[in-house]
Design a protein around this ligand. Sequence first.
Ligand SMILES: [Zn+2]
Ligand SMILES: [Zn+2]
Length: 341
Amino acid sequence: MKAVRFFGHKDVRVVNDIEKPVPKGDEVLLKIGGAGVCHSDLHIIDEGTVVGTVFTLGHENAGWIEEIGENVEGYKKGDAVLVYGPWGCGHCKPCQQSKENYCDHQSEQAYGGGLGLDGGMSEYMLVPSSRLLVPIFDLDPVIAAPLTDAALTPYSAIKRSLPKLMADEYVVVIGVGGLGHVALQILREISGAEIIACDVTEDKLAFAKELGAAYAINSKDADVAEQIQKITGIKKAKVVLDFVGSTSTIDLGTKVVSLDGDLTIVGLGGGHYQYSMNGLPFGVSMTNPYWGSRTELMEVVGLARQKKIHIEIEKHKLDDANEVYERMRQGKIKGRAVLIP
Ligand SMILES: [Zn+2]
Ligand SMILES: [Zn+2]
């Protein structure tokens, strides 16, 4: 079968000679409907964050059950499912709580399809356990694939701050890209806080307003922090969600977050932050969440089935993987690209 394989630093090839796996025990074989193309893939490809192993890329996967191992119950051929991305040990306390994104054993094992093990940029994908599947019922797997990361990650980041996102508060969203544009919709649907969006391109700012932002500010402006404070007044923003994670966006977050607020850095922009006692308002929680839990992914599916969130996607063939990655390097993808076998 055809697959998009990672062979090492900047070496991605589309091959045709991969054998179709046969599921055993609790394993499940999926016929892939769509595999989302993610910025984290570029960290693997361009920076070699996963080394010494050849594997199929794609960690945002959805499809239909093709075949089940002899121990699998509750699924049958043709069921439409998402693959939960972060594969934990399945046994430790975080895993028992469905938070496999924070599995105790994360540092000592290969961690998910497309992240060291074979992922979904392929005609078929072997999932090690039915525990890692989330049913999507009537949703189309092609459209639903990016929910597993592009929606789950912002959803989990927002949910942890939900008690602070009341109607008399402000939330700042920095970066209206693949994750940020979904974050705006989730905030619109599950929180009461007034939304201030920041980005460096005017079309993304206009897009942010369509998705529920009350204010959209160009963060290229030298006085962006002052512009935000003019809106929030002395109380500042109770929650800041940074989907860029560069030194300049983290710096902006520290300037606009309120006392006892949350400064949540989701983007993998490689930024630095130097702590100083007077650099951050008292009581601020600064956090770098990673992905989300399995039960949160079920909640995300609920939002999508109710049509409360919508991910902009562009569809491409597996053969076009390298071109799509190149366009992603140049920041030319609007929303999410999905590869379809
Ligand atoms: Zn991803
Ligand atoms: Zn675990």
